[in-house]
Design a protein around this ligand. Structure first.
Ligand SMILES: N[C@@H](CCC(=O)N[C@@H](CS)C(=O)NCC(=O)O)C(=O)O
Length: 272
């Protein structure tokens, strides 16, 4: 029995859902509303002490951290395989997980908050907002939340976000040219699945082109991803009309600033 503690448009949950769908698995979904601070419920914290989604519970055993959950699913339900067998290929695959866990996750959070979740947080009761800032007492998360809430796209964390995406896309383009159409060759692996929600979010916010205007391989990969049945069933089909509207409405408001930040970053990197 599989239970996924989940929240609608959460990128980390989307990774896990795509993996479950690709394996042909069914699961029970339990919604944890992040905007009602349900992630800080003591019972939930007992399973996931960071107070974040997702958590997968398999036959009573909780597994946390979306990258680890996806690997756990692949280890436990081997068909179709989503991780290569050879150690060198496996290391290559995990390099993409590291891009996500060490940059893109924070990156997508900063961009999403400065574009749209900031608006939702403005509408929250002040004590609920403070609860979110306080999270589980992690000062790093408090600083990030507060900074993007207060300064939006001018937060220094947004520039870090932009640099994280630039690092990933800079390697993704030649990798796809050499190995494509998927990141490790002719079949999708967890390397691709890990990246899908992070590219999807930029695209739905109308921001992707700021990075990919001259990166045709990434655009081909993204076009292919959008037709991939497990992406549709695990991600795009599950986004509500209200969520799409929120992304399409708020994303373009920060587009000019994001484009300017990408250009400025590239200029600094070229001069370095
Ligand atoms: N490294 C964790 C990050 C999980 C995470 O932070 N999830 C977000 C949603 S995508 C969350 O639950 N945030 C809680 C909050 O914003 O208060 C993972 O990959 O599972």
């Amino acid at each position: 029995m599989l239970t996924l503690y989940d929240f609608g448009n959460s990128v980390c949950c989307q990774k896990v859902r795509i993996t479950l769908v690709e394996k042909g698995l069914t699961w029970e979904a339990i919604r944890v509303d992040l905007f009602k601070s349900e992630q800080y419920d003591p019972q939930y914290l007992a399973m996931n002490p960071k107070g974040v989604v997702p958590t997968l519970v398999h036959d009573g055993v909780p597994v946390i951290e979306s990258t680890l959950i996806c690997e756990y699913i692949d280890d436990t339900f081997p068909e179709p395989p989503l991780m290569p067998k050879q150690p060198a290929e496996r290391a290559r695959m995990r390099l993409w997980s590291k891009f996500v866990d060490e940059g893109l996750f924070d990156g997508v959070t900063e961009l999403s908050f400065s574009a749209m979740f900031r608006e939702r947080m403005r509408a929250m009761a002040p004590e609920m907002r403070e609860r979110r800032f306080a999270n589980v007492g992690d000062p790093r998360r408090t600083d990030r939340f507060r900074s993007t809430y207060e300064h939006g796209v001018q937060s220094p964390f947004v520039l870090h976000a932009i640099a994280a995406y630039e690092r990933a896309f800079k390697l993704m383009e030649p990798t796809l040219a050499e190995r494509g159409p998927w990141l490790l060759g002719d079949k999708p692996t967890l390397a691709d699945i890990n990246l899908m929600p992070f590219v999807a979010r930029l695209s739905y916010l109308g921001l992707l082109e700021a990075w990919t205007a001259n990166r045709p391989r990434i655009n081909q990969w993204w076009a292919m991803v959008q037709q991939w049945p497990s992406f549709k069933r695990g991600l795009s089909d599950l986004i509500t009309e209200a969520e799409f509207t929120e992304m399409r409405t708020h994303g373009p408001k920060i587009r000019a600033d994001v484009e300017a930040l990408v250009k400025g970053l590239r200029a600094r990197q070229a001069a370095a």
